[in-house]
Design a protein around this ligand. Structure first.
Ligand SMILES: Nc1ncnc2c1ncn2[C@@H]1O[C@H](COP(=O)(O)OP(=O)(O)OP(=O)(O)O)[C@@H](O)[C@H]1O
Ligand SMILES: [Mg+2]
Ligand SMILES: [Mg+2]
Length: 529
């Protein structure tokens, strides 16, 4: 393996940060002259209470083998009954991806013999999938990834091997849970684009309520197909890396595959079409099987399930009840409120869960609604700053989530108004916010200002000049430095004034006054000299 492709876990972050440096007009400087091609198959668990073809609960937690119907356990004579909720939710995902829901789709059996599949086959949609076509835009890469198809299928059971005891344990709780397989066209060209695709898709599925999309809990899993070819030539042979359960590992697996395949081709060998696994410790892929050993799945239409016929009125209804997509909300936040893309993304990512990053999975929820209510009739920039910097920052410092926020949108708005009108300084505003979060109080702000003595000191009174004089007297050497033109030391004197006033003076006014005093004295002393 070439050293440049050795992707250890510790370097993932650096790789992402450095990506911009890798892209140049000549392509990717990590593999000059080569063009990677990537297509992804995403398996997302459908967020339905019940399984795809049985009435048992789809929740995958709980004691092993407690959520199992006779059908899930493949008892002879049991029959599948399609859960309409799974169809609805998968259709929502299709709408979100602009994929065309098919009037007629059908179910097939894919046979393989493995302990995690009690019936010896998985019901899937091989010949006539639920939806065809569609696209997902990767905003940060100016790339559109086409969707090939979306199909419904059953999840398998979970097997855990204990080699020492020579045993494999089977938990049928997951068996039969509804999955959507979302297959992309081979349209991605870098590991970073592949990561962005999965994150965008995750955000979208969460947004329309079709899937939890949690990779760490296994409700979203990826198979990634990678090939490389020399720039300008046709696509190379793909290898498929199975079952990646984090974006980090996905990117790492792609980097490892690109390196391995380039090395094979540069040494004059061909890339065999393998199915591969990913070793998280070495961050390298390894061979599971070659094309020759690929199982013959003996696909056949499932005789127990009629074709799924969806009429236009059903499809129209799905369109109507699919919530606004992240991209639409993002565009609205920018156009209606003048937010920057960055601010809008931060806001949308607030309650989207643990895998959220600024380039990640927007999930417009409570935080967007909260912002809109705070920003109503106010400066939107101020509202977003107070929410994303102060409110979130203070909650995070207390290890609390946005869901636990005790500050109502009304109170947040009032607080912003108090600062904007100069009734309190922004320092006092922050202190007030801290107090409300700490005490979870609903006392009116006016009362709190008095109790906490937070009202701004009147700049026109003698207080501010008095405090400035006192500061100059208390910090003579700093005052001297400012007189000699060292402006940075001024901050220290302003800090003194702010502390003495308990943060109640306007820092700008204090700076102006201090400069006036010190510059005036400076002028005087120059004359004297
Ligand atoms: N030359 C290529 N390089 C990289 N990816 C490719 C290439 N050709 C096809 N792909 C991608 O491979 C994936 C193929 O997935 P698909 O579900 O159609 O078939 P499969 O992998 O053969 O079947 P299975 O679902 O049983 O794994 C798609 O995401 C497609 O974009
Ligand atoms: Mg597939
Ligand atoms: Mg595949």
């Amino acid at each position: 393996m070439l050293p440049m492709f050795q992707a250890t876990c510790a370097t993932h972050r650096t790789r992402l940060v450095l990506f911009r440096r890798y892209s140049s007009s000549l392509g990717d400087t990590r593999w000059p002259g080569w063009q990677p091609v990537i297509g992804i198959e995403v398996h997302a668990q459908i967020k339905s209470r019940e399984k795809l073809f049985s009435e048992s609960l789809a929740a995958i937690d709980g004691q092993p083998n407690t959520r199992v119907s006779l059908f899930d356990a493949a008892f002879p004579g049991t029959l599948p009954r399609l859960n309409p909720k799974c169809v609805q939710l998968a259709c929502r995902a299709a709408v979100a991806l602009s994929s065309e829901i098919q009037h007629r789709s059908a179910f097939d059996r894919k046979h393989y013999f493995y302990p995690d599949l009690p019936s010896g086959y998985q019901i899937t949609q091989n010949y006539a999938p639920l939806a065809k076509g569609g696209e997902l835009r990767l905003r940060r890469f100016d790339r559109i990834v086409r969707i090939k198809q979306i199909q419904l299928e059953q999840d398998t059971a979970k097997s855990t091997s204990d080699p020492k005891a020579g045993k494999t344990r089977i938990d049928l709780n997951r068996a039969g849970t509804g999955l959507m397989e979302i297959v992309s066209e081979p349209d991605m060209r870098s590991p970073e684009e592949a990561g962005a695709y999965v994150r965008e898709l995750q955000g979208l599925l969460r947004c329309v309520g079709a899937s939890d999309g949690n990779m760490d809990e296994g409700s979203l899993r990826c198979d990634v197909n990678v090939s490389v070819s020399r720039v300008g030539e046709g696509f190379g042979t793909r290898c498929e890396v199975k079952n990646l359960n984090s974006v980090r590992f996905l990117q790492s697996a792609i980097i490892s595959e690109i390196g391995r395949q380039i090395q094979l081709l540069e040494s004059g060998r061909a890339v065999p079409q393998d199915t591969r696994g990913f070793d998280e410790d070495s961050a390298e892929t390894y061979k599971l099987r070659s094309k020759e050993d690929a199982p013959d799945y003996r696909y056949m239409p499932d005789p127990n399930l009629p074709p799924l016929i969806l009429d236009q009125s059903f499809i129209a209804q799905i369109r109507e009840c699919t919530p606004a997509l992240p991209a639409v909300t993002l565009a609205r936040l920018q156009s209606e409120y003048g937010l920057t893309l960055r601010d809008a993304e931060v806001l949308m990512s607030i309650d989207a869960g643990s895998e959220v990053g600024f380039d990640g999975e927007p999930s417009p929820g409570g935080a967007v609604r909260y912002f809109e209510s705070v920003a109503h009739g106010r400066d939107a920039k101020a509202a977003v700053n107070w929410i994303t910097h102060e409110l979130l920052g203070q909650l995070a410092a207390r290890k609390e989530s946005f869901a636990e926020n005790p500050v109502s949108a009304h109170t947040m708005g009032e607080l912003i108004d108090l600062v904007a009108s100069g009734e309190i300084t922004s320092t006092s505003g922050k202190a007030l916010l801290r107090y409300i979060i700490q005490k979870k109080t609903t006392t009116p702000l006016g009362e709190l200002l008095d109790t906490l003595s937070l009202r701004a000191l009147d700049s026109s009174s003698d207080t501010l000049p008095g405090l400035c004089e006192a500061a100059i007297a208390a910090l003579p050497s700093e005052a001297d430095a400012v007189r000699k033109g060292n402006e940075r030391v001024l901050m220290k004197i302003i800090g003194w004034v702010m502390r003495q006033s308990g943060g109640r003076v306007d820092a700008k006014k204090a700076a102006e006054l201090l400069k006036e005093r010190l510059r005036g004295e400076n002028g005087g002393s120059a004359k004297d000299a």
